[in-house]
Design a protein around this ligand. Structure first.
Ligand code: BTN
Length: 325
């Protein structure tokens, strides 16, 4: 993907990992004058970046905007290439990225691709619920795939991707993120993220699959609407600091690309069962599900939840809502 001049400047500065890069070097790398470099840095300052400039040494980044920055994102992706995705679409504002992804399939966009937005007017959650999607705070991401798999294999993809997101977020933030079967990520007992997987299936094949991920990154506690105030959290609330959305997004996309490849090649079941217990929010808890009540004793490789009833019998449930008893 072709980088803009501002994205190229950012890529060189990110690549230096906090060290100074001279104006001459930036100009040489981009084939532009030092004055043009300076103009691009000036424009980036207007957009929320802060640079330290030292005579004879050059520039370095000291602060990044928290909200999604398209050039910052392109620069990070250029440094962590994700060849798995053929393309992506960034929309500063949209209705729902899952709906945009479905429309992109209809207009023939080649999969795998992803859609990312900084503001959803009508973000959707599971079971017809709304997904709280304020501007300039969080990640709203939908991945479009044509997996050519029987629908039975898709049961576990949400679980597998949830586990990978949990692992990556733990690695990047150091926070004890957990996965709550089947679609949620939890942190300190509150919901941090949700996954909405939607498929178009015909004649026993999955034609189009959209995996939508909503992750609360920088929403502050006082900003959540009253109905979420007691149950939702964000990385910022849990860590006491803010996180540039593009940093988290680029890290997650790389992890997701690797995870989806492993899934499509069917190299994931062993890892899923091995890593699940450490991330399982429901492990050993007594829960209520429409089909069974009892203690959670883990998952089945196909992604179903295993519940041990008080009489010792084991129920295997494939979908639905789980409540803590
Ligand atoms: C849930 O927990 O109910 C699932 C929430 C999924 C939200 C994401 S945000 C990006 C994508 N676009 C949507 O409209 N929904 C998903």
């Amino acid at each position: 993907m072709q980088l803009s001049a501002k994205a190229s400047v950012l890529r060189s500065l990110f690549a230096a990992k906090g060290a100074f890069v001279s104006g001459n070097q930036l100009g040489r790398e981009l084939g532009i004058s030092r004055v043009s470099v300076w103009n691009h840095l000036d424009a980036l300052k207007e957009e929320g970046f802060r640079f330290e400039a030292i005579r004879n040494r050059g520039y370095r980044i000291v602060e990044e905007p928290l909200a999604f920055h398209p050039d910052g994102f392109a620069a990070r992706l250029a440094l962590q290439p994700c060849p798995f995705f053929k393309s992506y679409l960034y929309l500063p504002e949209t209705g729902s990225t899952n709906d945009v992804a479905a429309n992109e399939f209809a207009s023939g966009r080649e999969a795998p691709f992803f859609v990312i937005s900084d503001n959803q007017r009508s973000g959707r959650g599971r079971r017809g619920r709304a997904w709280y999607s304020p501007p300039a705070r969080n990640l709203y991401l939908s991945i479009g795939l044509r997996p050519e798999l029987p629908p039975t294999r898709l049961q576990s993809i949400t679980l597998w991707l949830g586990l990978q997101i949990s692992q990556k977020l733990r690695q990047v933030t150091g926070l004890p993120v957990m996965v709550k079967w089947p679609n949620d990520l939890y942190l300190h007992g509150r919901k941090l993220a949700g996954i909405l997987t939607e498929a178009r299936v015909d004649s026993e094949q999955t034609r189009e699959l959209v995996v939508g991920i909503g992750l609360n990154i920088n929403t502050q506690a006082a900003e959540f609407p009253p109905e979420l105030a007691a149950s939702a959290t964000s990385l910022a609330i849990a860590s006491g600091r803010s996180w540039p959305v593009v940093h988290i997004a680029a890290e997650l996309l790389q992890a997701l690309a690797t995870a989806i490849e492993a899934f499509l090649e069917n190299h994931y079941a062993e890892r899923l069962l091995l890593d699940w217990p450490e991330h399982d929010y429901l492990r050993d808890r007594t829960i209520q599900h429409e089909q069974a009540e009892g203690r959670v004793i883990g998952i089945h490789p196909n992604g179903s939840l295993r519940i041990q009833r008080p009489d010792g019998s084991v129920a295997v449930v494939h979908s639905g809502e789980v409540g803590l008893a």
